[in-house]
Design a protein around this ligand. Structure first.
Ligand code: PLP
Length: 384
């Protein structure tokens, strides 16, 4: 029987415990496993390489993304770094000019050490993608929607064009999760996640995952994850799997709240611009409507007034919390220029279009009216 994604999220691995019939898959913390005899074990020998709890999570994420296998890592950054092991020093990596600041920092640092060559391009424009692909990259990294401007890249278009020149495509699917977007079905070779965000969903674990469409790639990534020891901890895997149980209802409710917040902000005179792919005015709206199952619960907006308005707004919010990260059940506000993207130089911030009046919202599960009242009061206080 072909199970739907909601059923996989809620019940993959449930009631399969052979030892005691536990309904919830047990947590195996043991770092080492008894051999059954000389040169013989039950499939597990040492937890850096394989662990039953981590495997439950990996199987669930892999099934949700439709891959050949998944590797669970200790963070989203570790997942991205694991993918970089496919590159050799002469290889070219093409990445978005406006990707998450930590990703940009990692890619730049590795490129500076000569691990590969790096080109940053605006992937939302087909002509810049075509020009970049003429350089014959080995790998193209996509992040869509992008952090924090919610720019949408056409995964199918870039994948088809990149495949034609022999490049591998990896998509950072952190902002939507497989509940709303499945990049492998659109042509990607790999998907990376910061499971810290929507997959865990409760802001109490830092973790990551790489899903690969091809079994050979899964073996390559597994081998490197074991060699470097970037595999995630079993307890983190247990919590993340628990978070995934409610992924679909959480994200559905959160994106309803986000759509209401985006509409509210769009009509406010203290707001110069709202970046939410669900708004028909968003430049990526049509592509998002085609390649996503929903518009997600992340948005950003530009507040009218200068730094003083930003300061007053973030100091005034009560339901929203001023904090990094996203995708949890609680609503957060971040100021990318000084927080998530603080590692970017002023020039890089400008190139990415991240101004000092930009604020990013991760919309949670709170009551919609409470969220909007909170924004209303904070915007009133920001008026100068
Ligand atoms: N990718 C995206 C899109 C992110 O937003 C983040 C973190 O904010 C990461 C990757 C890195 O994930 P982690 O913080 O789990 O290392």
């Amino acid at each position: 029987m072909e199970l739907s994604p909601e059923t996989i999220a809620a019940a993959n691995g449930v009631a399969e415990d052979k030892a005691y019939g536990a309904v919830v898959p047990p947590l195996y913390l043991s770092s080492t496993y008894e051999f059954t005899g000389f040169d013989a074990h039950r499939g597990y020998d040492y937890s850096r390489a394989t662990n039953p709890t981590r495997d439950q999570l990996s199987d669930t994420i892999n099934r949700l993304e439709g891959g050949a296998g998944a590797i669970i890592t200790s963070s989203g950054m570790a997942a991205i770094d694991l993918v970089l092991t496919i590159l050799k020093p002469d290889d070219l990596l093409i990445a978005p000019h406006d990707c998450y600041g930590g990703t940009l920092r990692l890619l730049s640092a590795r490129a500076a050490q000569g691990h590969f060559r790096l080109a940053l391009v605006d992937q939302t424009r087909e002509e810049t993608v075509v020009a970049a692909l003429e350089e014959r990259p080995a790998l193209v990294l996509l992040e869509t929607p992008s952090n924090p401007l919610m720019r949408i890249t056409d995964i199918e278009m870039v994948s088809a064009r990149a495949r034609a020149v022999g490049a591998k495509i990896v998509v950072d699917n952190t902002f939507l999760s497989p509940a709303l977007q499945r990049p492998i079905s659109l042509g990607a070779h790999m998907v990376v996640h910061s499971t810290t965000k929507y997959l865990n969903g409760h802001s109490d674990v830092v973790g990551g995952a790489v899903v690969a469409a091809d079994a050979d790639m899964v073996e390559h990534l597994k081998a490197w994850a074991n060699m470097t020891g970037v595999t995630g901890a079993p307890f983190d895997a247990f919590l993340t799997l628990r978070g995934i149980r409610t992924l679909f209802p959480r994200i559905e409710y959160q994106q309803r709240n986000a759509a209401a917040v985006a509409e509210y902000l769009s009509a406010h005179k203290m707001v110069d611009a709202v970046h939410y792919p669900g708004l028909p005015s968003h430049p990526g709206h049509a592509i998002a409507a085609r390649q996503q199952r929903g518009f997600g619960a992340m948005l950003s907006f530009e507040i009218a007034g200068g730094p003083e308005s930003v300061r007053k707004f973030v100091e005034h919010v009560q339901v929203f919390t001023l904090a990094e990260s996203l995708g949890g059940v609680e609503s957060l506000v971040a100021h990318p220029a000084t927080m998530t993207h603080a590692s970017l130089s002023p020039n890089a911030l400008r190139a990415a279009g991240i101004g000092h009046n930009l604020l990013r919202l991760s919309v949670g599960l709170e009551n919609q009216s409470d969220l909007i009242s909170d924004l209303e009061e904070a915007l009133a206080s920001a008026r100068i």
